[in-house]
Structure formats: structure tokens, C-alpha cells
Design a protein around this ligand. Structure first.
Ligand code: FES
Ligand code: FES
Length: 176
């Protein structure tokens, strides 16, 4: 057993005892009722189960929840797909984040199984570009580098990539 204490979408959780073999995706689904994170390959290959993690030193990264136990996320701040939208006091969604909006606008997904992983990876990319803008001629390359490990069996990626290009070029301060 491990002791788990973390923050999920801004809410403190724990400390609680958790069996070492419980994977993070299982913890999110079965213990927290957060089912937006999807189980695809279960082997760390498709990216469907990706969440955003903020480490204790403030650095951020994405992590796959199908191959990392819940204990790996101890003392981290985790953002899942449920954590991006702005909500009112009754927990109703008021506004999606810009990545979610552009993916909908572009019809970037069909079944949606891959979408939460794409949104998390792309949202972290937007945050990184705010801190470190890139040259306009680098935009396509950077999008590909960031999203290439995410597999979509439905739409062939083009709409996701086009959506991100539109969003990055249309957002002040991300390019120089
Ligand atoms: S389900 Fe985790 S990477 Fe595919
Ligand atoms: S929209 Fe179905 S797997 Fe990507």
C-alpha cells in the first residue's frame, strides 16, 4: 500500500491509502468518478490516457495514466479533461478552454476516444508557447512534435493539427 495525497483539477485529495497495483487511470475512474480520461492501448502507446501533471518544483509535463500507478502521482497537481472548462458555482460548464473550442470548431474528432489525450497535450503546448514563443515558420513542426505520439483511429489527425495551427497563429504572443 502507498499513501496518496494530490490535487486533481484544483481539489485536494487524501491522504488516503491506495494499493500499489492501482494504475492512475483506474484510480481516476473507480475512486474519483472521473471517466473522461480514456483507456486505449493500456501499454503507453496511444496517448488516450494522458493527463497534465504539475510537479512540486512547478514544472509541468504530460503523463500516461495506463502505465503509471496512482502512487506515482503523489504530491502532484493533476489536470484531467474534466479540469479545463470554466464552471459556474453549480458546476455547470460556462466556457471550454480554447483548445477544446477549436477542436469542436474544426470537427477534429469523431468517436472522441483520443480527444482527452489530445486536449491535454495541446493545452500544455499552449502554456509552453506563452512562455516561449516560436517563429511562425516553426508552428507546423512544433505541433507535429507535440502531437505525434497521440493515435487517432477515426479522423486521420489532419483536423487536430489544423485546429492547433489556427489557434496558435490566432493567439497573441505565441509566435514571433
Ligand atoms: S491507454 Fe495509455 S497510452 Fe494508450
Ligand atoms: S476520434 Fe476516434 S480515435 Fe480519435
Amino acid at each position: 500500500m502507498s499513501i496518496l495525497q494530490l490535487s486533481i483539477n484544483g481539489q485536494k485529495v487524501g491522504p488516503i491509502e491506495i494499493p500499489d497495483e492501482v494504475m492512475m487511470i483506474e484510480y481516476l475512474h473507480e475512486f474519483r468518478n472521473l471517466t473522461g480520461t480514456k483507456f486505449g492501448c493500456g501499454q503507453g502507446a496511444c496517448g488516450a490516457c494522458t493527463v497534465i501533471v504539475e510537479n512540486e518544483d512547478g514544472t509541468k509535463e504530460t503523463k500516461k495514466t495506463c502505465i503509471n500507478s496512482a502512487a506515482v502521482f503523489n504530491n502532484k497537481k493533476v489536470t484531467t479533461i474534466e479540469g479545463h472548462a470554466t464552471k459556474d458555482k453549480d458546476n455547470n460548464i460556462v466556457k471550454l478552454n480554447p483548445v477544446q473550442e477549436v477542436f469542436i470548431e474544426q470537427f477534429a474528432f469523431q468517436c472522441g476516444w483520443c480527444t482527452s489525450g489530445f486536449v491535454n497535450k495541446a493545452t500544455l503546448l499552449m502554456e509552453n508557447l506563452e512562455k516561449n514563443p516560436i517563429k511562425i515558420d516553426q508552428v507546423e513542426k512544433v505541433i507535429e512534435e507535440n502531437l505525434k505520439d497521440h493515435i487517432c483511429r477515426c479522423t486521420g489527425y489532419v483536423k487536430y493539427y489544423q485546429g492547433m495551427k489556427k489557434l496558435i497563429l490566432g493567439t497573441k504572443g505565441l509566435t514571433v
